[in-house]
Design a binder for this molecule. Structure first.
Ligand code: AMP
Ligand code: MG
Length: 326
């Protein structure tokens, strides 16, 4: 099996941090800092990044990690309370961790692109996390610009086994070997294969909860071009890729806002989802039908927007995108 040890490390550590993130979310009023782009970041984001980077350093010391958070924000004046909270939370998992260790592990996420690297979003959808909705711990291994392994740990995502629903799903995809989902509650595991859609079933679009992460006017124009009349599902984070890999949504589009036409997406906001959806039978490209290029840096600089689909309607949606001039 390809990347078996990487996969097992990723599953084990995401399980540990999922429990921690849920404990933080349920037990504390989560203290929030704001980054330069005004997006929120919490004790849980930093703690997750530290714990996952520590595990990757221990098992794969030569692999760089490109992750979302930077400890610089934690060492500024006025943020001591958050730093202390992060140290306290990391020590619940790694009791011997010193403050310098914790900062070092967070900053291990400032790596550079290499032939083989990991990319990590410790909490994707922090706004969803704070609201009590969906979020994802997203970890992917990229080799020669191709996502080989992707893991999305979604602690609030119902694990639907067909018999019962329990909270917490880990989606895993390995290039060439398929995708599956694992229950966070027990060892139940289900293969993901997007079902064939019947010709007359309405297309079911999914979108972000945050309306400024993709152009809503263009999305509505796209719905009209495709004859979609039902309202889209809304979901925070990369969990949307999980919904498509399950066949619970047919496509998801990310169109740069009109006032930010040159907006480029972060690699950690997509990498893990790409291999999970593709191995389940779906397709991911940019708005021009070009595959996502993970070899250039922390941004998808060679791509414009994102289209994730069940594969079956990909060409149809690309044509509609071109038709509306998005
Ligand atoms: P979602 O819940 O799918 O909207 O994804 C949340 C992610 O959106 C965050 O991790 C941010 O990196 C990203 N984000 C923030 N602002 C924008 C924007 N203007 N356009 C696209 N993505 C954004
Ligand atoms: Mg993110």
């Amino acid at each position: 099996m390809k990347y078996e040890s990487e996969k097992q490390v990723a599953i084990a550590i995401s399980h540990t941090v999922a429990i921690l993130c849920e404990q933080i979310r349920h037990q504390y009023a989560v203290t929030t800092l704001h980054k330069g782009d005004t997006s929120p970041v919490t004790v849980a984001d930093f703690s997750t990044q530290a714990i996952i980077c520590q595990a990757l350093e221990a098992k794969f010391p030569d692999d760089p990690v490109i992750a979302e958070e930077d400890a610089a924000l934690l060492t500024q004046q006025g943020t001591e309370g958050v730093l202390n909270g992060v140290i306290e939370q990391v020590q619940t998992v790694l009791p011997d961790a010193s403050p310098l260790d914790v900062i070092g592990w967070i900053n291990r996420g400032n790596g550079q692109i290499a032939r083989r690297y990991w990319t990590l979003d410790p909490i994707d959808g922090t706004k969803g996390y704070l609201r009590g909705d969906q979020y994802a711990i997203a970890l992917a291994l990229v080799v020669e610009g191709v996502v080989e392994l992707g893991l999305l740990c979604c602690p609030a995502f119902p694990f639907d086994s067909g018999k019962n629903q329990a909270s917490g799903t880990i989606f895993v995809g390995v290039r060439g070997e398929g995708s599956y989902m694992l229950s966070l509650q027990d060892k139940c595991q289900i293969l993901l294969k997007i079902p064939q859609k019947l010709g007359n079933t309405p297309i079911n679009r999914i979108e972000s909860v945050e309306y400024r992460h993709s152009d809503r006017h263009q999305q509505i124009a796209l719905d009209q071009a495709l004859g979609i009349t039902q309202s889209p599902q809304q979901m925070d984070s990369l969990a949307k890729y999980g919904a498509i890999a399950q066949g619970k949504a047919d496509f998801y589009v990310r169109i740069p806002l009109r006032e930010k036409p040159n907006h480029k997406e972060n690699i950690w906001d997509h990498a893990a989802g790409v291999v999970i959806v593709e191995e389940a039978g779906g397709k991911v490209t940019d708005l021009d039908g070009i595959p996502l290029d993970f070899s250039v840096g922390a941004k998808l600089s060679n791509n414009r927007g994102i289209l994730v689909s069940n594969g079956q309607i990909h060409t149809q949606v690309l044509e509609a995108i071109a038709q509306i001039g998005a």
